[in-house]
Write a protein that binds this ligand. Structure first.
Ligand code: AMP
Ligand code: ZN
Length: 140
């Protein structure tokens, strides 16, 4: 628990939220500035800043909860023809609230979402080089 963390305060109940799910490890509530109506955040109860600091069991649990919410969204009657699961780590990667969270975002044809990733075609040698660098550091 970190008293200057918005999500910790939501979890302890000192800030309001609209919860859709809660268990011993995680909570899910509506994003206050939704990309589209039905945008949900899945959050671990313990205060951890980024994914790389989170234990794998809790991470897997967050994904399990997000999968259930994604299904519920599709059946909810809210506009949801597709979804994005988004998880930002670090200020450079759009993280604004420094308590790990997973966005579940409903999408539909004609919504107003615009994201520009600026992707560029890579050469096979580069791909092989980068793959090698990552492989060398992968935990078994
Ligand atoms: P991120 O950029 O991945 O850190 O996303 C943080 C998200 O938290 C944003 O989509 C905010 O709209 C959302 N948010 C911030 N404050 C609150 C709050 N009090 N209740 C619900 N969602 C919030
Ligand atoms: Zn927190």
């Amino acid at each position: 628990m970190s008293s200057d963390c918005i999500f910790c305060r939501i979890i302890e109940g000192s800030l309001p939220s609209s919860k859709v799910y809660e268990d011993e490890l995680a909570v899910a509530f509506m994003d206050i500035m939704p990309v589209n109506p039905g945008h949900v955040l899945v959050v671990p109860k313990k205060h951890v800043r980024e994914l790389s600091e989170l234990d794998e069991d809790t991470g897997a649990h967050l994904f399990r909860v997000a999968m259930r919410i994604e299904k519920a969204l599709r059946a909810s009657g809210l506009q949801c023809e597709g979804t994005n699961l988004l998880q930002n780590n670090g200020r450079e990667a759009w993280q604004e609230v420094m308590h790990v969270h997973l966005h579940v975002i409903p999408r539909f044809r004609g919504d107003k979402v615009k994201v520009h990733f600026g992707q560029q075609q890579a050469r096979r040698e580069e791909l092989g080089l980068w793959a090698g660098q990552i492989k060398a550091r992968l935990q078994p």
